[in-house]
Design a protein around this ligand. Structure first.
Ligand code: COA
Length: 378
């Protein structure tokens, strides 16, 4: 952390909140979600279980989980005004994250929710419906009515494709959503906490968080990581293509991380999930190609930047997994939001409990004591 008389650019290294939700250790390559090492939780839990865990601090019993799933499922349908907005956005060819940001402001429309829990459930349920419905509309298709008999992940895939997904695909998506559900005080989570700390409402916090996630420095660019794999096309071309990029001063997409200085634990979990899913229900050749691109990239990066330990990050296997699920690149970031929404809300609950306004200071670097010049003399 570099500080300059109390000023820490980008707040890097500043501890601005205490949380029981997730712990990120960039040197050990460790991510703990509410007490569980990521690998132990992500591959076993359903998205609803992980959401319940973050909101209540413990895993649900069977009866609690059943009730929670039912409540979420009942809240999935969108009010007509939200659907109208999505129709208009599609006509204007609005980008999916912009459409999500616009529609997110209508999340509590028609809901007489008096308590935070009901609002939060509505938000989690409807963000998925917004993303899937908008994707359909952009393809010139009608939105698919949510199926209350399916879990959150299965229903999301169903609303995107109109087909009941295989178990392997559902498990792949559950693992992805669990993996991205929370990650310390990242930019969008901080934005949500700042908003809710003013005693504003949860929907405002989520709309703000979506706005923050949209930026390329945060929502990430899993698309380009996948583009590189497609550009390489065959394992025996990996070294030449990647070396040419490094020689041209380009960065290899999907490698390196600001916080993790060892392999990103999310890459580990998503890599394993991708392998399982591709093996059961996908294009194993693409998975094998991606593996060999990864091995080559890590080897070349070690030679290119010795001692930097540039390793695979979350984006590389996110891209592979979401592509394997049949998702198009332009809904990778909105799908990230489908998972992270539950984490944002958990942070909002913590912040509301803590109850203190977030109000840092700025240091004035402008002119002091300016002389007033009347308009006619300027
Ligand atoms: N390919 C090639 N070189 C890389 C690299 C990559 N993916 N990641 C870092 N480097 C190089 C940098 O150019 C830098 O070299 P220099 O010291 O000679 O300038 C050195 O390694 C250290 O990198 P630095 O820029 O300090 O890392 P950072 O912590 O600021 O950046 C990222 C982290 C993620 C921005 C960076 O690794 C990156 O651009 N990765 C590719 C994009 C990506 O995958 N983004 C998704 C992140 S989840």
């Amino acid at each position: 952390m570099s500080t300059n008389n109390g000023f820490t650019p980008g707040l890097e290294g500043v501890v601005a909140a205490e949380t029981e939700l997730s712990h990120v250790d960039g040197l050990k390559g460790e991510l703990i979600i509410a007490g569980f090492p990521l690998a132990r939780l992500a591959a076993n839990a359903t998205f609803e279980e992980t959401t319940y865990l973050l909101w209540h601090g413990r895993l649900p019993t069977q009866a609690e989980l059943d009730a929670f799933k039912q409540e979420l499922a009942a809240l999935r349908p969108l009010p007509p005004a939200t659907l109208n907005l999505l129709h208009e956005a599609a006509k204007a060819n609005t980008a999916p994250m912009d459409a999500l940001r616009m529609a997110s402001a209508t999340l509590d429309l028609g809901s007489s929710a008096a308590d935070h829990q009901t609002t939060a459930k509505t938000v989690v349920a409807r963000v998925a419906t917004i993303v899937a419905s908008y994707h359909r509309l952009r393809q010139g298709q009608d939105p698919v009515t949510p199926d209350p008999n399916l879990g959150h992940a299965a229903n999301y895939l169903y609303m995107l494709t109109g087909e009941i997904p295989s178990e392997a695909r559902v498990r792949g998506l559950e693992t992805y959503l669990n993996t991205v559900i929370d990650h310390g005080l990242n930019a969008s989570t901080f934005a949500a906490r700042v908003i809710v700390a003013t005693q504003s409402d949860l929907v405002s916090a989520i709309a703000g968080a979506i706005g923050a996630l949209k930026g390329p420095l945060h929502g990430g660019a899993p698309g380009p990581a996948l583009d590189t794999v497609f550009e390489i096309g065959r394992a025996d071309r990996a070294e030449a293509v990647l070396q040419a990029k490094l020689d041209a001063g380009e960065r290899l997409m999907g490698f390196g991380h600001r916080v993790y200085k060892v392999r990103d634990p999310r890459a580990e979990v998503l890599g394993a999930a991708a392998e399982k899913m591709f093996r059961a229900d996908g294009d194993m050749a693409l998975y094998e190609l991606a593996k060999s691109v990864e091995e080559t990239a890590v080897r070349l990066l070690a030679r290119h930047k010795p001692g930097r330990n540039l390793q695979t990050n979350v984006e590389f296997y996110t891209a592979l997994l979401l592509h394997g699920l049949g998702l198009e690149t332009d809904i990778f970031t909105p799908t990230f939001a489908v998972g992270r929404t539950a984490g944002w809300l958990a942070h909002c609950f913590e912040q509301i409990q803590y109850g203190r306004l977030i109000r840092p200071q700025s240091r004035y670097t402008g002119i002091m004591d300016r002389a007033w010049v009347p308009l006619a003399e300027r």
